[in-house]
Design a protein around this ligand. Sequence first.
Ligand SMILES: Nc1ncnc2c1ncn2[C@@H]1O[C@H](COP(=O)(O)OP(=O)(O)OP(=O)(O)O)[C@@H](O)[C@H]1O
Ligand SMILES: [Mg+2]
Length: 617
Amino acid sequence: MTATTATPPGTDRPGERTGAPDDPFDHDALPSPPGATAALLRSLLAPMKARVVVTTLLLLLQQAAVQAGPLLVAYAIDSAVPAFRRDDLGPLIAVAAGYLLCAAASGGLQYAFFRTSAQVNQDVLLDLRGRIFRHAQALSVDFHERYTSGRLISRSTTDVESLRELLDEGLQELVTVILSFVYISAMLLWLDLGLGAVAVASLVPLYLLVRSYRRRAARVYTQRSTAIAAVIVKFVETMNGIRPVRAFRRESANDADFRVLNHRHERTNGDALLEMARYVVGSRLVANTAVAGMVLWGAYRVAGGTLALGVLAAAVLYLRRLYDPIDRLGMFLNSYQSAAASLEKIAGLLAQTPSVPEPATPRELPALAGEHPGREVVFDGVRFAYRTGGEVLPRFDLTLPAGQTVAVVGSTGAGKSTLAMLLARFYDPSEGRVLLDGVDLRDLAAPELRRGVVMVTQEAFLFSGTVAENIAIGRPEASREEIERAAKAIGAHDFIAALPDGYDTDVRKRGGRISAGQRQLVAFARALLADPAVLILDEATSSLDIPGERAVQRAMATVLRGRTAVVIAHRLSTVEIADRVLVMEHGRIVEDGAPAGLVAGTGRFADLHRAWRDSLA
Ligand SMILES: Nc1ncnc2c1ncn2[C@@H]1O[C@H](COP(=O)(O)OP(=O)(O)OP(=O)(O)O)[C@@H](O)[C@H]1O
Ligand SMILES: [Mg+2]
């Protein structure tokens, strides 16, 4: 959203590009660097070079076979018929046989062409969809905060689909049109220079028409693809948030919003059709005028004896064939515009680089010292601001010794989750470093980081699959026994065993029956199984009831032993298992000490604790 305010470099016709500030529909385009679209298309086609050449050759031969027709007609009228009058049947039979041969060859070649080109197209689309998925998944959290899943869906469905249309229908049309133009012009000029010149001259107004259509259609198509994306975004967002929608009776407001977006899409569709209609009518006018002119002039010359009748017949047939593909050229331009707009959006997405990149030369963590599974964490002069908004952490220094359990408390918006996400490397600090046993998180490869730090959050997202599979995400190679042991350790086993299929219950099918607290327990088991050196719990027990939380705490006391743990919680009961408490306000640590000492003191935590005690009484 913020990225759209800048005009991409090299934009001289703002209306023709997505990401242009004057595009009223455009809230989602990413600036794609100049040439990125063409580069993407090239890189998609590069591995198919040989097959592209073969398909072009097939079309070349097929067109030659097709365009021989009128020439055979001219020969029939001017030579074969007179020979037949002299009782010589040979030339007529030759013409008929030649005609059939050409038809058969053209059919066979067309079939071969369809087969090879369909294969190329499928491979290109397969590659592109894969690239979009891989790339989007690799992009950092901050990207996904700006670019919603609705937009990503629109990129990998409608936008890929419009490229499919271009490849399946459009490109073949274009090559056919160009080839037939070349063949037919050559034939016409060869048959009769004068008539050929008329035909070639009529291509000038057609060219101008095509050019103006292209320019106007570009704008309309960009608007259309943005409009359909907006429809999808609204759809996905509403259905994802169906519970709050119901809770706040947002249905009619959403209906109204959706109606506006839907109408906008319909209007852009209408605009596109109108442009197409103008083009078709214009091109037919030019074509028919030229045919009429040629018939008039040709008949005059036939009457005067300077032109053979067969040649005129062939010339008129050719001329009609010359204009025939003009409508199809419009189709091509249609799918081309639509695909270009889509491809540019895809290129813009693919040009995004992760703001949290993988290291070029990863470093390894030192071997764990002794039996302790924990590691030391250091925030070294860290400053951090989200892309939007002011500084959340102003110069932050903190050392957590290996094996320490630290509770972080503080008011809403103090920066606790931000601290956690920096430690889990969802973001990189704007300045300074976060170190794990002395190694900058930025230098750790993904698998090393996964073994190093695991975060459990409030959302406790479950993927489709069984409960066991969801726990096993923590360590895919874990056995069923290990999975159950992890579940037992945090007190999730009983509820899982009570599900219809136990550990093999599909969470999507029974999603409604798994409560928020139960989901948190599954997420906990997943984290325990992962067995990380540093475990971060951000409000991870907030949905549990008091006994449930107690059970998890008891389990945690054993599980966390020796591990470094950061526990963020509003309920102060959680703090009791901590060795150390940090009180955060406005991105700074205002108190730091052992829980007992802080409670006994007169500071912020003592106040919080007193208030909490009172609320329990
Ligand atoms: N993705 C984001 N983009 C921009 N600003 C953000 C983002 N996430 C958080 N903030 C801002 O950063 C500040 C700290 O937020 P943070 O989530 O770290 O607070 P918190 O201490 O975890 O609060 P809570 O107790 O409510 O969970 C807040 O002012 C918040 O508005
Ligand atoms: Mg938070």
